[in-house]
Design a protein around this ligand. Structure first.
Ligand SMILES: *Cc1c(COP(=O)(O)O)cnc(C)c1O
Length: 356
């Protein structure tokens, strides 16, 4: 599909100082419209970043047909802008859209639009250690109707945000609250999709964790509140007796691109991997007798987030003396090395967009 480009005369100044996460947006954004009665996707365009007009009856505002993705563009030291496994995001976006009865965005439109927008905005890909350009593709029902049905019109959009290093002072373990009341997902629901609704329903537990002095929530399964699922917006892994444990992606857990990449790396390092249900009681027992060696979350934003403490029903378990574990650090260095082009990519995960 051809992408129309509307350039503008006055461009924004690039931010100076700390970028943070999601504080700044680039000069342009991508929009494509979908209308069932106009043959599907049409009118792909890159336009100046700014407010969009919406009908007050737009269905997304009432019934939450909305999905999104998250990935990054990296500036390499040898002068390239590259993406990390964007085809995995395209596939997951398609799976999310199918579950929410939304039309598919073909992979060539999804990746092509990202590449075109990143090329236009390549000067916005920051250059300091650990910095990157966060890419947020998303789609929502724009049909004006208040009757409940799958919408016939949608917008697919992409915005870009330069983001700072997640750990400007080195990796720091976080304290995690094991949530035993609220649940994020249930079998047959939308847990495996990246949809806004999953997040709206999760904020209550996040607030509760923060009230108790914890950074994020560790979700238990929605049926028994017994098995460990994931952490906030990250998948979660445990090193127990020299073996890696993580929840299987059977419908209630988000299939993270970082999760998949880390599992491939730990397997190549020779660690046995259990993609199995792990009972929180067994996890706490392992922590108690010192068999829980390391714990960490995985996700695009942080890459890896070491876990230093778990709190479950009032019992606190400190992991690895609240220090970043050796394997955790090694995995972080390996994966960020590949993403920023500092170490060789034996997996073919990176994709060059353009010369910087
Ligand atoms: C996005 C997300 C993840 C991590 O996925 P990545 O592809 O690794 O960024 C994990 N859990 C939830 C709930 C998410 O939304």
């Amino acid at each position: 599909m051809d992408i129309r480009f509307e350039s503008r005369e006055v461009l924004k100044d690039k931010p100076q100082g700390a970028l943070g996460f999601g504080k700044y947006y680039t000069d342009y954004m991508f929009i494509a419209d979908y209308d069932k009665d106009q043959g599907g996707w049409h009118d792909a365009r890159i336009v100046p970043f700014g407010p969009i007009e919406m009908d007050p009856a737009s269905m997304v505002l009432h019934y939450a047909q909305e999905t999104f993705e998250g990935l990054k563009a990296y500036r390499t030291k040898d002068g390239k802008i590259q993406l990390f496994r964007p085809e995995k995001n395209a596939q997951r976006f398609a799976n999310s859209n199918a579950r929410l009865s939304m039309p598919a965005v073909p992979e060539d439109l999804f990746i092509g639009a990202i590449e075109e927008l990143v090329k236009v905005e390549k000067d916005w890909v920051p250059a300091k250690e650990g910095e990157s350009l966060y890419i947020r593709p998303y789609m929502f029902a724009s049909e004006a109707a208040v009757g409940v049905h799958p919408a016939v019109s949608y917008k697919f959009m992409i915005i870009l945000s330069p983001v700072g290093a997640y750990y400007p002072e080195g990796m720091a373990p976080v304290k995690i609250w094991v949530e035993d009341e609220y649940v994020r997902a249930a079998p047959g629901g939308t847990g495996f999709t990246k949809c806004g609704g999953n997040y709206a329903g999760s904020l209550k537990a996040q607030e509760k964790a923060e009230e108790h002095g914890y950074t994020q929530v560790l979700w238990l399964d929605g049926v028994h509140r017994k098995y460990v699922e994931e952490v906030g917006s990250m998948n979660v892994m445990f090193l127990i007796d020299g073996e890696i444990w993580t929840a299987p992606t059977e419908g209630t857990v988000l299939p993270g691109v970082t999760r998949d990449s880390i599992l491939q790396i730990v397997r190549s390092l020779g660690y046995p991997v259990h993609e199995e249900h792990l009972a929180v009681d067994d996890l706490m027992a392992a922590a108690r007798d010192g068999r829980l060696q390391e714990a960490f979350g995985t996700g695009t934003a942080a890459v890896i987030s070491p876990i230093g403490e778990l709190c479950y029903k009032g019992e606190k378990a400190v992991i690895n003396n609240f220090e970043t574990g050796k394997l955790t650090q090694q995995l972080y260095d390996t994966l960020t090395g590949i993403q920023w082009g500092d170490v060789e990519d034996p997996y073919g995960w990176t994709r060059t967009v353009c010369e910087a």
